[in-house]
Design a binder for this molecule. Structure first.
Ligand code: HEM
Length: 440
C-alpha cells in the first residue's frame, strides 16, 4: 500500500472552502442569480431535498402522472420518470436515451452554465456504447468478487478501528468521524493514493458532485478551479505510474490498459472524477443514512440485533431507503413513446431513482425501512443496464461490514443533534448528522 515515492510532496492544493460553504456564500452575495423554482413538480429544486419534503411530491406524480413533463423551470423543460419499470425500460435503450456529455450528460442541470466544454472530455458514465464498453471493461476487474474477498479483511480492520475510536455517551458528527473517514480510506486503497494527502479526495469530490454548479457560470468556474487542482494531482500520479510496472490499483490499471492508456488529459480527469464521486459520496451518504434510518425505525434495529443473518438483506434495504443518487439524466436521441407519453428527440429525461424506490406497485409500505423486506434487491439505487454501478459490490461490502461491526459492539446510534441534508438534486445525503452512541 502506498509504496510509491512521494510525488506530491511539493503540492499545495486548497482544502477550503468546501463546495457547500463556497456555494452558500456565493448565493448569499448574489441572491438575484439563485434560480427560483416555483412549480410543485419541478423536482430539480434543491430545496425539497435539503428540507426532506420530496416524498409527497413524488407520491402525487406516481399516482397521477408517473411520466410527466415540466416546462418553464430554471433549467428549461424536462421529463420526470418516477416509477421503477419505465426507468428500467429507458435505461435498457442507451442509444435512444443517451448519457453522452455531448448530448447533455447524466445530470439534470443546465450544461450551458457548466463552463466545462462538453466536447473536451468525458468520463465513461457520460459515454454511450461502444466507447463506454471498452472503458468499463478496463475498470470492472477492480470490482470482481475475488477482489472483494481480497479487500474484506482490510475493510473490516479499518471499520473496526474507526468504530473503536468513537466516544460513547457523547455527541459527535457521524458524517465526519465515520462516513467520510471510511470512504476516503477506501479510495486511497483503490487508487493507491498517498495516505497523507487523502483529505483532498472528499474535498474534490464534493466540488464535483454538487449539481448546483450548473446554476451559474461563476459557480461552474469555481468548480472548474477545484477540478484543475485535482487534475494536477492525478497528472503527477499518472506520470509516476506510467513509468512503473502495472499494479492492481485503478490508476495503474487504466494507465496500462489498451482502452484507457491514450486518454487525453480531460478524459482522464473526468474518469478520476467519476471514480472519486462514485466511491465517495454515494457510500458515504448511505453510511449516514443507515444510522439515521435504524434510529428512526428501532424495531428494525431490534430485528437485526436478534438475527444478524438479516444483514445482507438489510444492506439492500438501506440502499433502497436512502437512495444516495437521486436521479440520472438522459437525452432522447429520437422520438419515443412510452406509456402513452411521446418523448421527443432532444428532450431531457430525469430518471428519479429516489421515487422509483418508493414505487408502491413494487414495494409495500415503501416509506418504511423493513430490514427483512422480501424484494429489497429490486431497488434501482445502482441504476440499470449498461451503466449499472460498476462499484456496487464494493459499496455492499463496506456497508455490510459497517453494520456487522456495529452490531458486534452492541452499538446503538441515536440522532441527538442537528441533521443537515444536502441542498442539491443529484447526490441525496447529509453534510452533518450529530449522534450519540449507546451500548446495548
Ligand atoms: C451505495 C453506493 C453507490 C451507489 C448508490 C451508486 C450509484 C450509481 C449509479 C446510480 C450509477 C449510474 C447507473 C446508471 O446510469 O444506470 C453508478 C455508476 C457508477 N458508479 Fe456507483 N454507486 C455507488 C458506489 C460506487 C462505488 C463504491 C464506486 C467505485 C469506487 C462506484 C463507481 C461507479 C462508476 C465508475 C459508475 C459508472 C458506470 C458506467 O457508466 O458503466 N460507485 N453508480
Amino acid at each position: 500500500m502506498n509504496t510509491h515515492v512521494d510525488v506530491l510532496k511539493d503540492a499545495n492544493y486548497r482544502l477550503s472552502p468546501s463546495a457547500t460553504d463556497a456555494i452558500e456564500q456565493w448565493q448569499a452575495a448574489n441572491p438575484d442569480r439563485v434560480p427560483v423554482h416555483t412549480q410543485k413538480w419541478d423536482v430539480a429544486d434543491p430545496a425539497i431535498y435539503a428540507e426532506d419534503r420530496w416524498q409527497p411530491i413524488f407520491a402525487e406524480m406516481r399516482a397521477t402522472a408517473p411520466i410527466n413533463k415540466v416546462t418553464g423551470t430554471p433549467i428549461g423543460e424536462y421529463w420526470n420518470v418516477t416509477t421503477l419499470k419505465p426507468i428500467q425500460h429507458i435505461e435498457a435503450l442507451p442509444l435512444i436515451f443517451s448519457s453522452d456529455m455531448r448530448n447533455g450528460g447524466f445530470v439534470l442541470t443546465n450544461m450551458d452554465n457548466s463552463v466545462i466544454d462538453p466536447t473536451a472530455g468525458t468520463n465513461f458514465l457520460g459515454m454511450d456504447p461502444p466507447n463506454h464498453t471498452s472503458r468499463r471493461r478496463t475498470v470492472a476487474p477492480a470490482f470482481t468478487p475475488a477482489e472483494m474477498m481480497r479487500l474484506t479483511e482490510l475493510v473490516r480492520e479499518r471499520t473496526a478501528n474507526v468504530l473503536d475510536e468513537l466516544p460513547v455517551g457523547e455527541q459527535f458528527d457521524w458524517v465526519e468521524r465515520v462516513s467520510i473517514d471510511l470512504t476516503t480510506a477506501m479510495l486511497t486503497t483503490l487508487f493507491d493514493f498517498p495516505w497523507a494527502y487523502r483529505h483532498y479526495l472528499p474535498f474534490w469530490s464534493d466540488w464535483m458532485s454538487d449539481s448546483r454548479f450548473g446554476e451559474d457560470p461563476e459557480l461552474g468556474q469555481m468548480r472548474l478551479d477545484a477540478m484543475m487542482e485535482m487534475a494536477d494531482c492525478f497528472g503527477k500520479l499518472w506520470e509516476q505510474r506510467r513509468n512503473a510496472p502495472e499494479t492492481p490499483d485503478l490508476l495503474s490499471r487504466m494507465i496500462h490498459s489498451e482502452a484507457m492508456s491514450e486518454q487525453d488529459p480531460m478524459e482522464f480527469m473526468s474518469n478520476m472524477a467519476l471514480l472519486i464521486v462514485g466511491g465517495n459520496d454515494t457510500t458515504r451518504n448511505t453510511m449516514t443514512g443507515i444510522v439515521e434510518a435504524l434510529d428512526r425505525f428501532p424495531d428494525e434495529r431490534a430485528k437485526l440485533e436478534a438475527d444478524p443473518s438479516l444483514i445482507p438483506n438489510a444492506v439492500q434495504e438501506c440502499i433502497r431507503y436512502v437512495t444516495p443518487v437521486a436521479h440520472m439524466r438522459r437525452t432522447a436521441m429520437q422520438d419515443y413513446e412510452i406509456d402513452g407519453q411521446l418523448i421527443k428527440a432532444g428532450d431531457k429525461v430525469a430518471l428519479w431513482y429516489i421515487s422509483a424506490n418508493r414505487d408502491e406497485t413494487i414495494f409495500t409500505d415503501p416509506d418504511r425501512l423493513i430490514v427483512d423486506r422480501e424484494n429489497a434487491r429490486r431497488h434501482v439505487s445502482f441504476g440499470y443496464g449498461v451503466h449499472r454501478c460498476v462499484g456496487a459490490r464494493l459499496a455492499e461490502l463496506q456497508l455490510r461490514v459497517l453494520i456487522e461491526e456495529m452490531l458486534k459492539r452492541r452499538m446503538r446510534v441515536h440522532v441527538t443533534g442537528t441533521v443537515t441534508r444536502l441542498r442539491q438534486n443529484f447526490i441525496h445525503g447529509f453534510s452533518k448528522a450529530e449522534v450519540t452512541i449507546e451500548k446495548a
